[in-house]
Design a protein around this ligand. Structure first.
Ligand code: CP
Length: 307
């Protein structure tokens, strides 16, 4: 049984297959209608979500299946060992998608589940986001050959998953990351990915933007802390540090790169409104692509290749 806890769980060929399957679903959705009739997915959330929840719930519904949406804090996952709750929950479902705070909990869920588990974003990885991102990049020319992405921001779970996914499909990633998130950063992983020659780190934003066909950013402040008073000093420190790396007209001058952002957006911080709405912005298409990528992932993990 295969889980999706990180894109490292897949080969480059598997990721290409998933992206091409997602593209087929996007182009010919009628060919996949009802393919998961009678199947159930548990969508378990320990953190807030808009896109992950909507795209999994709607994506499953469009394929003919059903979802149980469960909030961690109002369920007994919050008061009992994950192992027991996972064993029970997986006895009624065909798939589990979980957005948990900690990667070790995502791993424990998978270890005790009788059905495939999909990581819907934890402190270390966001594979579903990166899979949708791969689809968005692939769509611009139906190829990964020669593609180069500059990720500008804090090195976090999204950066990890982009690095895993892009290196697997043979595309390049330039990390412009003045700060690393300690919970996300994995030096062994980054050493391995850097050794491929496809992933590099620099603080030279101008050079990275010139070399990239895609410039990607993400929030500077962990989404669950953004409005918290106790986080104010750290938020202000990060904003001060990251301000020179904002995706704005000045920093993107002369570039015709496509703009990516995984959302939610904090306009005026990591990116300006002008760039969000610029003709080169793929941000809303990128968010929409989560649905097709996740539909492909669900079919693949269930061993269903028809359509
Ligand atoms: N990018 C992303 O995962 O969006 P949500 O947090 O809204 O699910």
């Amino acid at each position: 049984m295969k889980h999706c806890l990180t894109l490292d769980d897949f080969t480059g060929d598997e990721l290409l297959h998933l992206v091409q399957l997602a593209q087929r679903i996007k182009r010919e959705p009628a060919g996949f209608e009802g393919i998961l009739r009678g199947r159930w997915i548990l969508l378990l959330f320990q953190k807030t979500s808009t896109r992950t929840r909507m795209s999994f719930e709607i994506g499953m519904g469009l394929l003919g299946g059903d979802s149980v949406v469960m909030d961690w804090d109002s369920s007994n996952f919050s008061i009992s060992p994950i192992a027991y709750e996972a064993r029970y929950a997986s006895s009624h479902t065909d798939l589990i998608m979980a957005r948990l705070k900690f990667h070790h909990d995502t791993q424990a869920l998978a270890q005790n589940s009788r059905v495939p588990v999909i990581n819907g974003c934890d402190d270390k990885f966001h594979p579903c986001q990166a899979l949708g991102d791969l689809l968005t990049i692939y769509e611009q020319g139906d190829s990964f050959a020669g593609r180069c992405v500059a990720y500008v921001g804090i090195h976090n779970n999204v950066a990890n998953s982009l690095a895993c996914g892009l290196a697997k499909v043979g595309a390049r990633l330039i990390l412009v990351t003045p700060e690393v998130h300690p919970a996300a950063y994995d030096s062994a992983l980054m050493e391995r990915l850097t050794a491929t020659g496809l992933v590099e780190r620099t603080l030279n934003l101008k050079d990275a933007v010139e070399r990239a066909q895609f410039v990607y950013t993400d929030t500077w402040v962990d989404m669950e802390f953004f409005e918290q008073e106790s986080y104010r000093a750290e938020k202000e420190r990060r904003i001060e540090l990251m301000r020179p790396y904002q995706l704005n007209a000045e920093n993107l001058a002369g570039s015709d790169a496509y703009i990516l952002h995984d959302m939610p957006i904090h306009p005026g911080f990591e990116i300006t409104e002008e760039v969000v709405d610029s003709p080169r912005s793929l941000i809303f298409e990128q968010a929409k692509n989560r649905l097709y990528a996740q539909q492909a992932l669900m079919l693949y993990l269930l061993g269903i290749s028809a359509g």
